[in-house]
Design a binder for this molecule. Structure first.
Ligand code: UDP
Ligand code: MG
Length: 309
């Protein structure tokens, strides 16, 4: 069996109500690439409803549908990773099962990739059917992440994207267990282009991203792509050291002029000085931990974009 041109990877968690409609719309979007041209890989992430049975039924009806079922709920990032490891296409469309991201955009994404892009990512211009809190927290998070992160992670961008084989290969080479896929794709580099779109409301069911999962995602994103939070202690310690220097001058001045209460000067200096030293050394320790962390990720140090000969 030859590898198809296109793989569609869909992580699914309790999505039984929406899957038939997803299959219908995805099949329609993929049809132009020919019967042997695509596969739809549905990853069941330990669902508690009939999602897996539904995937099996879809496979019976349509051999384009392939399924993987994880042993338990590993979370969206891991389900995606399992799908990316197993898919065979030269291009891979990553899409959620809930039809918030329209499969019909595939044609436009494919056209961009034909023109040379390695990654075409969907950038949300608007989000329908999501709570005020979800929109505000998402907005805040994407801005915060771009301040902290060392790689440029595009704002208002989820995992909805079309990537090609060399990006998939790079993702497979990253062994880290905190999988913030959208950041990892950004880290890979090559030619990445946005495609603006309006995000729809969920077709069925409700969001599985609880506040807890959103917080975990946010922390994975920030800590996975930057040491800067660790560096905060260092900066704070440095500032306090400067501050205590100035305070020392004032203390000496008030001691000489005899304008202070006895004992105040030495006490104030001990408190401020030792605090500053603590923060400073905490920051220094943070620097070393950061380095250990970077090394322990065992990411490749670089990726080659092109070769001749
Ligand atoms: N998902 C998953 N495992 C989880 C949570 C979610 O595979 O533990 C899938 C879910 O089925 C959907 C996608 O990840 O296809 C995005 O989840 P959801 O729509 O609930 O998130 P939101 O769009 O609200 O951020
Ligand atoms: Mg969703």
């Amino acid at each position: 069996m030859t590898a198809p041109l296109l793989s569609v990877v869909v992580p699914c968690y309790n999505e039984e109500e929406g899957l038939p409609e997803l299959h219908r719309r995805l099949s329609a979007a993929c049809a132009p690439y020919g019967s042997a041209g695509y596969e739809i890989l549905l990853v069941n992430d330990g669902s508690r409803d009939g999602t897996w049975a539904c995937i099996q039924a879809l496979h019976q009806k349509d051999t384009h549908v392939l399924g993987i079922s994880l042993s338990r709920n590993f979370g969206h990032g891991m389900a995606l990773t399992a799908g990316l490891d197993a898919c065979r296409g030269e291009r891979v469309l990553i899409i959620d099962a809930d039809l918030q991201d329209p499969p019909e955009l595939l044609a436009k994404m494919m056209a961009r990739m034909d023109a040379g892009a390695d990654v075409v990512y969907g950038k949300r211009e608007s989000r329908a059917g999501e709570s005020w809190f979800k929109r505000a927290s998402a907005r805040f998070f994407y801005r915060l992440l771009s301040k902290f992160s060392d790689v440029l992670i595009p704002e208002d961008t989820g995992d909805f994207r079309l990537i090609n084989a060399r990006v998939v290969q790079a993702l497979r080479a990253m062994p880290e267990s905190a999988r913030y896929t959208r950041g990892m794709v950004a880290w890979v580099g090559f030619r990445q282009e946005p495609l603006l779109y309006a995000r729809d409301a969920r077709f069925a069911g409700r969001t599985h991203y609880t506040l807890e999962k959103m917080l975990k995602l946010a922390l994975d994103g920030i800590t996975g792509f930057s040491n800067r939070p660790l560096r905060l202690a260092f900066y704070l310690g440095f500032l306090m050291l400067m501050g205590s220097g100035i305070l020392l001058l004032y203390i000496i001045y008030s001691y000489i002029t005899g304008s202070s209460v006895r004992g105040w000067a030495s006490l104030a200096f001990i408190i401020v000085g030792s605090q500053a030293a603590q923060w400073f050394f905490l920051g220094l320790i943070g620097e070393y931990i950061g380095r250990i962390y970077q090394e322990s990720k065992r990411r490749p140090n670089y990726l080659v974009s092109e070769r001749v000969g």
